[in-house]
Design a protein around this ligand. Structure first.
Ligand code: 3PG
Length: 212
């Protein structure tokens, strides 16, 4: 577990913001990921929310130099296995189930599991998880809530995701228990649809200049 945690941390520490992508068209995933990498965001989470997701992960993993492709919205062992076979180097889930944790335990690919309450964090700590996704961050109580977990649950680090943007990212990044944040704001639908890759690189650069 320690080696997997180290690998996960080294991916999450590549940048202050992990882009969360909902890819409708696998073709566009490659220029989109290239635009994000050009702006400094290398670790990229592609969510399993569309039929294009697996092909997008595969293409980003194989074709985008410098990218670290990950899979998000992993809800069950089947998703986990498919995402790993497509080349995901990290796996993200909004919450956990015993079945998902069992699949993760049998794989070398690290899981960033979601948690939003002290009890969920404690259950995952008992399973050896030291780095968690705090989801949905803003809706569950925001930076103030997460800060209040830092003393009783010291030693657990978080990647908060959900409702985060350039405006509030610093509130999280300044907390002692935050390693990075996640968000979809760096890849807005309109810019992707327009193929405005330069615009996306600019958003990535802005995000990258936030300090963890
Ligand atoms: C996620 O899957 O982590 C969230 O949907 C991303 O949240 P956001 O769209 O509010 O950034």
């Amino acid at each position: 577990m320690a080696a997997k945690t180290d690998r996960l941390l080294s991916v999450l520490k590549l940048q202050p913001v992990v882009p969360v992508l909902i890819v409708e068209d696998a073709q566009s995933a490659v220029p989109l990921a290239r635009a994000l990498v050009a702006g400094g965001l290398k670790a990229i989470e592609i969510t399993m929310r569309t039929p294009a997701a697996l092909e997008a992960i595969e293409r980003v993993a194989n074709e985008v130099e410098g990218a670290v492709a990950g899979a998000g919205t992993i809800l069950n062992p089947a998703h986990f296995d498919q995402a790993v076979r497509a080349g995901s180097q990290f796996i993200v889930s909004p919450g956990t189930t015993p079945e998902l944790l069992a699949a993760a335990a049998g794989s070398d690919v690290p899981l960033l599991p979601g948690a939003a309450t002290a009890s969920e964090v404690m259950l995952l700590r008992d399973k050896g998880y030291e780095v968690l996704k705090f989801f949905p961050a803003e809706q569950a109580g925001g930076a103030a809530y997460l800060k209040s977990l830092s003393s009783p649950l010291a030693g657990t680090l978080f990647c908060p995701t959900g409702g985060i943007s350039l405006k509030n990212a610093r509130d999280y990044l300044s907390l002692p228990n935050v390693v990075c944040v996640g968000g979809s704001w760096v890849a807005p639908k309109e810019l992707v649809a327009a193929g405005d890759w330069a615009g996306i690189t600019k958003l990535a650069e802005e995000a990258c200049s936030l300090k963890a």
